[in-house]
Design a protein around this ligand. Structure first.
Ligand SMILES: [Zn+2]
Length: 62
């Protein structure tokens, strides 16, 4: 029961200007990656990824 989603944020994208931090998918725009993260990854996966990255320099730049 998933809504149809534009297949723009995929590994087959021509340009990988923006890359998904959780997989090898890429897209031409940040919006496409945003949409990809929302629909292709579970929230728990996003949280896990964030927590694993928190101790890196991600926070140091804030
Ligand atoms: Zn992804």
């Amino acid at each position: 029961m998933q809504a149809s989603i534009p297949q723009r944020a995929t590994e087959g994208a021509k340009s990988h200007t923006y890359g998904c931090p959780l997989c090898n998918c890429g897209a031409d725009s940040e919006d496409d990656i945003y949409c990809h993260l929302l629909v292709s990854h579970r929230k728990s996966a996003l949280v896990d990824a964030l927590l694993e990255r928190v101790d890196s320099d991600e926070l140091a730049r804030v």
